[in-house]
Design a protein around this ligand. Structure first.
Ligand SMILES: Nc1nc2c(ncn2[C@@H]2O[C@H](COP(=O)(O)OP(=O)(O)O)[C@@H](O)[C@H]2O)c(=O)[nH]1
Ligand SMILES: [Mg+2]
Length: 212
């Protein structure tokens, strides 16, 4: 899959502004500074589509990007220590609101730093995803920061901690492009499932649901 002409759509600050997508929507979540914006830029082959930052914790908005055959939503990063409690709660609410509209979300990429043990916030995020029955994939970022021979061990540890199979964690480096192909393949399969479901939904099935 080749991405051409990815474009910024809009930034929103509350649930009233969430966009109702007419195509698959993939959300990207993870703590501040884990590399969400960098991954979006890497996937889009653009340097400055999503603003990356050296000062973490600045994005408290949901940023939407049009990738042609799907939409990417860059979610506000969590777990940034140096903000007030009130500010943290605002972010938490925005995230909760976002996931509560789970019907609008086709898939979630949940990012963790490959170098570190996932935080309790990361674990809570995975629990949210389970709670809302959202299909998700764990992506381990900044793979260039460790030796290639260490990648497998790191995935194993992260997988153990988050209770997901290590083979379903995707290592990536937005810096070198390592692992990007696998993520694009994953996106392709997510889009296929979406389209299959879309075309297989008949009126008959809808009727059955409303009678239950
Ligand atoms: N070496 C390396 N640095 C990265 C990678 N991804 C992100 N970074 C750096 O990590 C910092 C935070 O990245 P950003 O994408 O803004 O994180 P976000 O807060 O999750 O959106 C920036 O300084 C990036 O340059 C990566 O794959 N490799
Ligand atoms: Mg960002």
């Amino acid at each position: 899959m080749i991405i051409k002409n990815a474009e910024f759509i809009t930034s929103v600050a509350n649930k009233k502004q969430f966009i109702v997508p007419n195509k698959p929507l993939i959300a990207i979540c993870g703590k501040s500074n884990v590399g969400k914006s960098s991954l979006i830029n890497a996937l889009a082959n653009r340097k400055k589509l999503a603003k990356t930052s050296v000062t973490p914790g600045r994005t408290r908005l949901v940023n939407y990007f049009d990738f042609g055959s799907f939409i990417l939503a860059d979610l506000p990063g969590y777990g940034f220590a140096k903000v007030s409690q009130a500010e943290k709660e605002k972010w938490a609410h925005l995230l909760e609101d976002f996931f509560a509209y789970s019907k609008l979300i086709t898939h979630v990429f949940s990012l963790v730093d490959i170098r570190h043990k996932p935080t309790s916030d990361d674990l809570q995020m995975i629990n949210y995803l389970h709670h809302y029955a959202l299909p998700f994939t764990i992506i381990a970022t900044k793979a260039d920061k460790i030796g290639k021979t260490r990648i497998k061990d790191r995935l194993k540890e992260i997988g153990n901690y988050l209770a997901v199979g290590e083979s379903s964690i995707y290592p990536v480096s937005s810096e070198t492009g390592y692992g990007k192909d696998k993520i694009l393949q994953k996106i392709e399969s997510v889009l296929e499932i979406y389209n299959d479901e879309f075309f297989n939904t008949t009126d008959e099935e809808d009727d059955e649901e409303t009678q239950e």
